[in-house]
Design a protein around this ligand. Sequence first.
Ligand SMILES: [Ca+2]
Length: 266
Amino acid sequence: MRVWTLLWTLLWTLGLLLKEVQTWSYQNGIFHNSIWLEQAAGVYHRESRKGRYQLTYKEAIAVCKYEGGALATYDQLEAARQIGFHVCSAGWFDKGRVGYPIVKAGANCGFGKIGIIDYGYRLNKSERWDVYCYNPDAKECGGVLTEPERVIQSPGFPEEYQDEQICYWHIRVKLGQRIHVRFLEFDVEDDTDCLADYLEIYDSYDDVTGFVGRFCGDYLPYDILSTGNVMTLKFLSDASVTGGGFQLLYKAVNASMVSHNKDYFN
Ligand SMILES: [Ca+2]
């Protein structure tokens, strides 16, 4: 009897998972939900706050350690790759090795190969790359949001946010819907080009494609409407000077209604 109950629960969970998977997006045959996969496998990709390929080996170790993790091993990276983790950026991983995980062969990435594209153990640890970290218990602010309507706030709001925050919010509403974002309050350390603290918005389910804008200062950004049913928000604060934070409201709107120029918030 107990075996049947167990089996039933297992099948049910599997069914739910499969149902979920169907709603996620494939792009060029690649399972493009790397963030969820990152969480599932505990492996994730980070670049320096200064941009791509800026981390020495020592700095790469510090990035992972800061978030409570460690450099991913080759096996961890490969395990993540096998469930679809695909990133087209070379990063440090365990023992001073550099490479990146490729799921689908492409001319512009991975030399047309699939697997871990392995640059090997680097003799020069001052070379600058991104990094692959491993932390199955990573607890960050942000999350995956599927509600049709919700308020998103900077960590600790209405208190000031703290230094050294990294948050990712991935919004996914129903297929055929779009996401309308309205800012309610906004006060993020002001800086030319928003290099210190910022909120970035992507019209996609990752922070790789569909860049919409980077915001800081205390002007309320304009409303934003996604083109599809997914959106990503990334908030980052550096080591000093904070601000009041931000609060915004997103709402799912039916794509067919958008052309009527309605104000969905009234
Ligand atoms: Ca700051």
